[in-house]
Design a protein around this ligand. Structure first.
Ligand SMILES: [Zn+2]
Length: 101
C-alpha cells in the first residue's frame, strides 16, 4: 500500500503515513468488506423495511424506516433511497466505503 499524499510505501494496516503524517486514504487502495450497490438497492426497493440500511450499517435510520414502514411512509422513503443507491446518489456505506457495482 502507498501513501496517497507522498507516494511512499506504508504498512497495510497503517491509518497515518509514517513519512509525511497524512491520513492514509484506504479507499484509494484495495478495499475489503465493500457492500454491493445492487444488493442494497434491491433490498430497499423489494423489501422496503430499511433492511438495506442495516446492510449498509446505518442502523439508526434503518430502525426509523422499519417503524415507519408500518404506516406506509417508510416504504416510500426506502423506495427513494433504493433508487438513489442504484443511480449512485448514495454511494457509500456507514463507514464511508464506496459501494461496489
Ligand atoms: Zn505520506
Amino acid at each position: 500500500m502507498f501513501c496517497s499524499n507522498c507516494g511512499k510505501e506504508v504498512a497495510p494496516e497503517a491509518v497515518v503515513c509514517i513519512h509525511c503524517g497524512s491520513a492514509v486514504n484506504k479507499t484509494a487502495n484495495s478495499i475489503v468488506g465493500q457492500k454491493s450497490k445492487l444488493a442494497a438497492g434491491l433490498l430497499a426497493i423489494l423489501l422496503g423495511l430499511g433492511i438495506h440500511n442495516f446492510y449498509l450499517g446505518f442502523t439508526g435510520k434503518a430502525v426509523a424506516q422499519l417503524l415507519l414502514s408500518f404506516c406506509g411512509v417508510g416504504y416510500i422513503w426506502c423506495l427513494i433511497e433504493g433508487i438513489m443507491i442504484l443511480t449512485g446518489s448514495i454511494n457509500t456505506d456507514a463507514q464511508g466505503l464506496p459501494l461496489k457495482d
